[in-house]
Every structure is written in structure tokens, then in C-alpha cells.
Design a protein around this ligand. Structure first.
Ligand SMILES: [Zn+2]
Length: 476
């Protein structure tokens, strides 16, 4: 496919900007439509409007948005202008819209840096146009099964995307056996990140999306676990095993609801050639790092962000200091205060992410209420049976959960799930009206944790944002 000429470029950029302006005037948050409009005039407009930018792309099932936010925060707090697709529009049209609306009318980018969240399936369409310098793959979990079929299909889609940009440095999670396998047979430089030490209860996870070796099919063994199928995996049969990370969490000093203090081993230099050679990574410097977001999965996100920032060639001190005051992003542990008490929203999309959120709740020291919202629309995946794989028992039995509200299209399913998890009937209320839910949250005298899946998060966040004067996400 050829690059658009100047006339096509001007038409496409104009169409993109006009569509976005029109949507905003109509108070609609359409994030993909401007990109679609631009592509009518020039299919590959993105190749022009991203030219010369230095770009980090983040893909994977969980942690994309938060990792992007950490990177963006580090760049902007160091005085570097940076573009990102904050709204979560992470398909080709959404990325096209974000980057093209940021360009001059002749298609030149106005900012030098971009941090782009990209859907796993869209990676192969997006990266050949924007030529990222760094690609972060966070992890792979079972998610939105009706869209992707199975997990290896998603992995192959990511592999295809990476194969189109051999010059991009890969930042891979050493503890996650599926995405770690991307280092094989790829010419790309690889930097690894991971957690060197066990966290939480060391039991074989009930939920494992990767029980068997991706190379030979035999069952993995683990030196230790961190969460879900992540940890010190090795295959006793073919020898496939966790690579030694370049950016590694070596110890958890303190874990609290407001953040985590860890010790980290950091690399001396940049990325190395070849995937598997990293097993010989030199012992780098160790230092203590404060991450201003709680939970183990955010520790992984922070390690991914440090790894990407290093691969990007920028001073590591910038990201280390910015992690100490990073704020949560859109729906991911975002906190609102509609009344007397905090309302914290934690997006959950799959059993692994949900279990992490439930562990976080179960570790609370004070009494709280919870709202579980479940929709089954296309963006959520129609199959909601994953709620039966998530460990609601843990939070129902923690002793500090006072009352539960269930909401969303499939609230009844959630109610049933909680009954089996041991929640007393009188402590669960079904409320489908978001306005009523808001009134309850306003009046609450204890903190409220809201765990919605994607489309229910959008609706509820809207209500909370309006009540508290928080920006709508497409204006963020
Ligand atoms: Zn094997």
C-alpha cells in the first residue's frame, strides 16, 4: 500500500478533525469515528501523521492502560510532550484518530513522543504504519473468548504484528510463559522484566491459562508463583524456562492500599541482541522503588514501564521518580468522592484480573461496601461464565465487607454467584438504576469499591464523573 500524497493527506486530516469537533459539539465521545473518516480519504494516513515520532506501543490482555499511563506520566513530568490514546480506543481507527487529530493540516505530528495502547488483534495493522521504537507485551489471559477463540490465536496475532517491525525493541514479561515465548525466532532485541520472588499464598493457581508448555505440551513446574500462571516456570521436559529479567523486582518491602515499595535490580545498559541470551543478564544495580499504585499486577505494570523507558533510551531516573506519584487511570483504581467517602473503581474483565481486585479488597483493614456490575455486551464478551472462576469467596468471607450491590444487565447472575460464594441474602441488593446507585454511594459512610466490567464501567463512570465534576474521558 502506498503512502498518501499531500492532497489526500490534507483531506484526511481535515476530515478527522472535523469529525471529532462535530462529535464534541454533539457531546458524543466517539473515539474511532474520526479515524474512520480520515481513512476514507487516505487509508494509510497514519503512516504520514506518525512519521518521525518516537513511539512506545503497549499490548497484552491486562495492564495496557495503566502501563501506558505510567509511561506517559514519566514523559510529561520530565517536560517531554507526549501523545497517548487515553480513551482506550485501541484499534486501528482509534489510533488513527488520536495521532491524526494531533497533526498539522499537512500531516506533520505536533508532538515528538507517543505512548499507544494497542489491542492484541489490531497490532499487526497498527505497527507497520507507526514503526514503534519499543513494543511492550504485558501478558496473556483468557479474555473476551467469543472474539478471539483461543489464547494461542491471540498470541499468534501478536507474533504477526511484531514480525512486521523487526527493529522495535521488545519488552517482555519473563514470568508469563505465553508471551515470553515471543522471544523465540524473532530478530528483535528483547528486554525482560519480572518478579524474582514469590508473592501471596504459594498454591498452584486454580485458574491457569497456561498449564502446559507452549513448546512441547508437558506440564510446567514452578519454583514460585506470583499470581495466576505467572512466576518461576520451567518445563522439565524440553527445558523451556523463565528468562532472567533485566528489570526485576527482587523483594517486596511494603504493600499497602496506597502503593507498594519494592527493591529492584536494574540493568546497567540498554537492550541486548537476541531473545534467549538474556538468561545471562548481568547482575545490575539494586534500588528501592515506590510505586504509588497498589497490588501485585501494578508492580508488574511498573516493571514493564521501567523496562520500556530504558529501552526507549531515556534517563531511568525520570520514570523511577514519576512512579512515586502516578495516578490511576480511567476506571483502573480511579477514585471519586461523590459524598463523604471515597468510591474506588476497579475495572475487571477476566478471572485473573478479577481475582487480583478481590484480593486487594479482602486485604482492606476497614469496613467497606462493594458494587459488582456485570454487562454482557459485545465489548465485554457475551460469555460471562468467567465469574464462576473468580474467587468471590475470598472477599465474601473477609469479615469487613458490609454490603454488596449488584448491577448491570447480568446482575442476577452476579447475585447467584455471590450466593454460592457465601454472601448472606440480606447483605446483597440488586439495583439496575445507576442514578439510584449514585445516591447510595453519596450517602455511604464507608468506602465503596466498584468492580465493573468494561461497558458497565463506562456507564457508571459517566454518572460518577458528572456528580463529581471529573472530565469525560474523551476530553482527558
Ligand atoms: Zn516443554
Amino acid at each position: 500500500m502506498s503512502k498518501p500524497n499531500i492532497l489526500q493527506t490534507v483531506a484526511a486530516v481535515a476530515a478527522c478533525k472535523a469529525t471529532r469537533t462535530g462529535l464534541r459539539l454533539a457531546k458524543k465521545g466517539g473515539t474511532a469515528l474520526p479515524g474512520k473518516a480520515a481513512r476514507v480519504f487516505a487509508k494509510n494516513i497514519l503512516e504520514v501523521t506518525s512519521e518521525g515520532m518516537e513511539i512506545i506501543v503497549v499490548t497484552g490482555t491486562n495492564g495496557k492502560t495503566t502501563t501506558c499511563r505510567m509511561l506517559e506520566h514519566a514523559l510529561t513530568s520530565s517536560g517531554r510532550e507526549c501523545l497517548s490514546n487515553k480513551s482506550g480506543a485501541n484499534l486501528l481507527s482509534g489510533v488513527t484518530a488520536e495521532i491524526t487529530c494531533n497533526a498539522t493540516i499537512t500531516g506533520r505530528p505536533k508532538t515528538h513522543y507517543a505512548v499507544i495502547e494497542c489491542d492484541e488483534g489490531a497490532l499487526r495493522h497498527v505497527v507497520p504504519l507507526i514503526h514503534p521504537k519499543v513494543i511492550v507485551v504485558t501478558n496473556l489471559f483468557r479474555d473476551q473468548l467469543d472474539r478471539y477463540g483461543e489464547i494461542t490465536h491471540t498470541l499468534n496475532a501478536i507474533r504477526e504484528g511484531i514480525s512486521k517491525v523487526p527493529d522495535a525493541v521488545l519488552c517482555l514479561n519473563a514470568d508469563e510463559s505465553l508471551t515470553a515465548s515471543l522471544a523465540q525466532d524473532m530478530p528483535n532485541k528483547v528486554l525482560w522484566y519480572g518478579i524474582d520472588t514469590p508473592v501471596g499464598e504459594q498454591k498452584d493457581a486454580e485458574i491457569s491459562d497456561a498449564k502446559y508448555c507452549i513448546r512441547c505440551g508437558n506440564e510446567y513446574q514452578y519454583e514460585y508463583h506470583t499470581y495466576a500462571h505467572l512466576g518461576g516456570f520451567f518445563c522439565p521436559s524440553c527445558g523451556y524456562k523463565r528468562a532472567k529479567p533485566d528489570v526485576a523486582v527482587t523483594d517486596f518491602v511494603h504493600m499497602g492500599p496506597r502503593g507498594t515499595d519494592v527493591r529492584m535490580r536494574l540493568p546497567e545498559g540498554g537492550a541486548k541482541e537476541g531473545g534467549t541470551e538474556s538468561a545471562k543478564a548481568p547482575a545490575g544495580k539494586e534500588q528501592e522503588v515506590h510505586i504509588a499504585l497498589p497490588a501485585v499486577y501494578n508492580t508488574y505494570n511498573a516493571a514493564a514501564a521501567i523496562c520500556a523507558y530504558s529501552a526507549f533510551g531515556l534517563p531511568r531516573e525520570e520514570i523511577l521518580s514519576s512512579l512515586a506519584n502516578v495516578h490511576s487511570s480511567f476506571g483502573r483504581m480511579e477514585t471519586f468522592r461523590p459524598g463523604k467517602c471515597d468510591v474506588q473503581m476497579i475495572l475487571v474483565k477476566n478471572p485473573a484480573g478479577c481475582n487480583q481486585a478481590l484480593s486487594y479488597l479482602a486485604d482492606m483493614e476497614e469496613t467497606f461496601d462493594a458494587v459488582f456490575c456485570l454487562n454482557d455486551r459485545t465489548a465485554d464478551g457475551h460469555d460471562i461464565s468467567w465469574i464462576w472462576d473468580a474467587d468471590y469467596e475470598k472477599v465474601c468471607g473477609c469479615g469487613r465487607l458490609r454490603h454488596i450491590y449488584v448491577s448491570g444487565d447480568r446482575a442476577e447472575d452476579m447475585q447467584l454467584r455471590l450466593k454460592y460464594a457465601g454472601a448472606k441474602e440480606e447483605s446483597v441488593t440488586l439495583i439496575k438504576d445507576n442514578a439510584k446507585l449514585l445516591e447510595i454511594m453519596k450517602a455511604s459512610d464507608v468506602p465503596v469499591f466498584v468492580l465493573p466490567n468494561y461497558t458497565s464501567m463506562l456507564a457508571l463512570r459517566d454518572v460518577l464523573a458528572q456528580a463529581t465534576g471529573t472530565q469525560a474521558f474523551w476530553k482527558g
